[in-house]
Design a protein around this ligand. Structure first.
Ligand code: NAD
Ligand code: SAH
Length: 403
């Protein structure tokens, strides 16, 4: 399929280096890998590498609106992968696909957002008890796994792929930074130059978006709850203020907090006519859509992925992508180049879990440092970039205190 070929062309680490080794070594031979991921051309590249390593894969969507249907069909048709995903599925259908993965009794589980891990633990605890290990793609999923570990309920070792340096620093920051702007522009085609863009949250994702929006000429306001991050935003040159104040000023609002009700009734009440709301954080809870629904006297889809809510005083508020991840619903998600690193961590973490089967505790583990560094090394190799090496004298200098 041409879309997958295009992604793989830009994913040399996953689709060339790791796949070639997996084809020879078959580290996942006969391993059942159950995955809940956005079904995109980049995910197809990962899945094809897992299959090359000998895995049997069942794949469900990690978001009801992000599936690229032609990719789902191609994986099922050409790669022997069982897929339960289509764009526009209902919430019930979404969870029934996740259950379909859980019921299959996977050995390794790969999740994005934590719904598969949560479903296994809540509804299929015996199956969870037999899982060899799991991985998690995103910040919110890692937060959930950490809460499970803290409560002592986690039933298998889990690797926080999100927290690998070669994931967060690139995927969350540059990937979301670019693709969120891409999603907003594809949905609206507005001019960003001169607009007041409010970014909620100045974590990895928020930083990426704020910087890219500024690069397009927007005047950017940041909202935060963490004083250190807020200070960082100030010193990076952004205006920082509470959402209640930013709500009156913004033309475009982008949430990136992983938190719920970040934009809610009291904020919507003071927004300008024509304000645009987009979420790049987590599921559909950051912009509290039930408030918009209750406040509106009418609603219509004015363009694909743009819903207009008319308020009683005549103001119009535009919600993008139904409040779900704008970059994956209105655009194609992150560019392949960054998913190459995120998914290299996924492939190598799955291999690590299989190799260390039975040796790990049911705890949350970081991606091993050697894996993280290997991903960076392979990416540099693909880019044709060489770097210096420490001399013996330098190594000694850096490891001694007697100069
Ligand atoms: P992070 O922890 O680095 O940043 C989140 C920031 O939001 C923190 O600085 C926190 O203080 C702030 N915050 C929390 N509640 C807030 C509130 N009420 N108002 C203002 N700020 C608030 O996390 P991250 O890696 O930046 O990820 C953020 C979210 O984006 C997560 O849900 C993650 O899963 C998701 N994510 C989405 C994509 C995507 O493709 N759209 C990619 C990566 C991560
Ligand atoms: N599943 C939840 C959680 C956030 S998803 C939800 O849909 O709301 C955020 C994750 O999507 C990121 O961590 C990123 O790695 C992944 N992602 C972004 N672009 C992608 C792409 N093109 N293909 C597959 N996954 C992608």
């Amino acid at each position: 399929m041409l879309q997958i070929e295009w992604a793989e062309m830009h994913m040399p680490v996953v689709a060339r280096f790791i796949r070639e080794r997996f084809e020879q070594e078959k580290p996942l031979k006969d391993v059942r890998v159950g995955a809940t991921l956005h079904v995109t051309k980049e995910t197809a590249a990962l899945v094809r590498t897992l299959v090359a390593g000998g895995a049997e894969v069942r794949l469900a969507a990690s978001n009801p609106l992000s599936t690229q249907d032609e990719v789902a069909a191609a994986l099922a048709r050409h790669d022997g992968v069982e897929v339960c995903a289509w764009r526009g599925m209902s919430e019930d259908e979404y969870f029934s696909c996740i259950r379909w993965v859980a019921k299959w009794e996977p050995n390794i589980v790969i999740d994005d957002g934590g719904d598969l891990h949560a479903t296994l633990h809540k509804e299929y605890p015996d199956v969870a008890g037999r899982v060899w290990g799991g991985t998690e793609e995103t910040t919110t999923g890692v937060i959930r796994l950490r809460a499970m570990e803290k409560e002592g309920v986690l039933r298998y070792p889990a690797i926080a792929v999100n927290d690998a340096k070669t994931k967060t620093m690139f995927d969350n920051r540059y990937g979301t930074g670019q693709s969120t702007i891409d999603g907003i522009l594809r949905a609206t085609n507005i001019l960003l130059a001169g607009k007041i863009v409010v970014v909620a949250g100045y974590g990895w994702v928020g930083r990426g978006i704020a910087n890219r929006a500024r690069g397009m000429g927007a005047r950017v306001i940041v909202t935060e709850v963490d004083p250190i991050k807020a200070l960082e935003a100030v010193m990076d040159g952004f205006d920082v203020m509470p959402m209640m104040e930013a709500a009156r000023r913004g033309d475009v609002f982008i949430t990136a907090t992983g938190n719920k009700k970040v934009i809610r009734r009291e904020h919507i009440e003071v927004m300008k006519d024509g304000a645009i709301l987009a979420n790049a954080g987590h599921f559909n809870v950051e912009i509290w859509v039930p408030d918009l629904e209750e406040m509106a006297v009418s609603k219509r889809v004015i363009r694909p992925n743009v819903t207009e809510y008319r308020l009683p005083d005549g103001r119009r508020i535009y919600l993008l992508a139904e409040g779900r991840l704008v970059n994956l619903v209105a655009a194609e998600g992150h560019p392949s180049e960054v998913m190459d690193m995120s998914f290299a961590n996924q492939a190598l973490s799955a291999e690590y879990l299989v190799k260390n089967r039975g040796k790990l505790e049911p705890r949350l583990y970081m991606v091993p440092r050697e894996v993280d560094e290997e991903v960076a090394r392979l990416k540099l190799r693909a880019l044709g970039i060489e770097i210096d090496r420490l001399t013996e004298e330098q190594k000694e200098y850096l490891s001694s205190w007697q100069l």
